[in-house]
Ligand binder design. Sequence first.
Ligand SMILES: *[C@@H]1O[C@H](CO)[C@@H](O)[C@H](O)[C@H]1NC(C)=O
Ligand SMILES: *[C@@H]1O[C@H](CO)[C@@H](O)[C@H](O)[C@H]1NC(C)=O
Ligand SMILES: *[C@@H]1O[C@H](CO)[C@@H](O)[C@H](O)[C@H]1NC(C)=O
Length: 507
Amino acid sequence: MLAGLIWTGTLSFLASADDFRPTFHFVPQQNWMNEPNGLIKIGSTWHLFFQHNPTAPVWGNLVWGHATSTNLVNWEHKPVALGNENGIQSFTGTSYYDVANISGLGTQDNPPYLAYYTGYFPNSGVQDQRLAFSVDQGATWTKFAGNPIISQTQEAPHDITGGLETRDPKVFFHDATKKWIMILAHGGQNKMTFWTSSDAKSWTWQNDFTLGDVPGLPSDVKGWEVPDFFPLAVEGSTDKKWVMLNTPAQGSPAGGNGVFGITGSFDGTVFKADPVDPATMWLDYGRDFDGALSWENVPAADGRRIISSVMNSYGDKPPTKTWKGMLSFPRTLKLKKIGEKLRFLQLPVEELGAASTSVTRLTNQTLTSQQTLLSDVHGRALDIRISFIPSAGSKLSLSVRRGGSEETVISYAQSGGILSVDRRASGDISWDPAAGGIHSVALSPNASGVVHLRALVDECSVEVYGGEGEVVISDLIFPATASDGLSLTISGGDADLHEVQVLKVSL
Ligand SMILES: *[C@@H]1O[C@H](CO)[C@@H](O)[C@H](O)[C@H]1NC(C)=O
Ligand SMILES: *[C@@H]1O[C@H](CO)[C@@H](O)[C@H](O)[C@H]1NC(C)=O
Ligand SMILES: *[C@@H]1O[C@H](CO)[C@@H](O)[C@H](O)[C@H]1NC(C)=O
């Protein structure tokens, strides 16, 4: 039991023989996962809960799986936190620390951690809202005896489906108004509802937040789900914005589910959204970033807002057998004004550094179209950083997971400033019509003309960060184990390489 429950990483030579199991990304020990749930830090432990089918590698029979980490890199598998009992499945939700024991579910000396989730009745299709709590620092969770805390009957007047598709509670305590706030998504609709509570258990509807409340949002962005909502400082100023994260089912840049962010102000009842810019609202331009949530209860001394999502928007089609669905590598989320625009900045958490060893570093070198760099470097779990000034008309290409006719090409075209990930030759793309293709986004050099790229490669994925993290492209890839080569080339001009560094990640 014990040894089986501990995630020890995977010997790299076995990795894709072992079903593409990644090195530094979390995947369920077996079977299915979709988006993360209830992310919370308790003491020195990062808790990850996730939508999990413990009995098959397909969606269904959903519970909250559980894993913990002290560094967001090494994860230890734990028993199921919220099960599927009496025919009620545990759908997505969030956690919060009830530090003042307002719910009365703990004691003053040992306040409770609360987990809000959607109860799903597969026979009737009913979705209602439920509460569980932990008084042992998140190790075990007890379902509240008074569930549901919001019944389908209470949801019905506020939902066109009569409350049948009302889900994904985001709950937090709002200090300024001393009220608990819940945000619910309304499946298949462009709508969230805001609810408040004074005791964290009984809830009152306050208002709807819909498409018309988000100036500038393209109307093809449809089917809002998995809300997150939190205040975030604007870097380099004393401003704060409230941020809503939202996973629509349609309208994302690469198709499939995507995640966009909205900034605005919040008075404890009404979220007043700033106009969104369709060119900068998406958190990811790849196909595989879906259902993002952030860790709550991160100490102020740390101060980071860290988000993660599931990498998979193709259901059970990806060609892994023993597991399905992978957590994106945790990223910090910041807000910063670049030029005239407020941008979301994301970067991998710095904890990755402790698991990484530099294998190559080049500095101050011109890359010409006659050269190929990095061809002596091999690896399937890598952190690659490149900063360069491209000449006019040039296109720099970093090829990863290269071997035989396979390669995944990360490129930057100076003209137009286009960052792309090309999966057309990435390996097995036969399992879904959307498994190949090219995903692109505009990325400007910084004010000194320098382009920064960072790519995390891990067995079956690439996550490519541009600039200070103002754009990200995350995609699954399924190359042969033997395809572990790299190359760095340029066409149509040359580049002044400031720095190229390749780090190998091993746990
Ligand atoms: C915490 O909850 C317990 C159990 O209901 C209750 O006895 C206690 O008074 C509560 N403490 C506070 C500070 O509300
Ligand atoms: C690269 O060039 C810059 C500017 O010329 C210089 O400051 C830096 O020390 C150089 N780095 C290395 C590693 O040579
Ligand atoms: C652009 O990036 C380079 C290389 O990292 C850095 O030295 C420079 O300070 C950056 N310029 C600005 C304006 O941020």
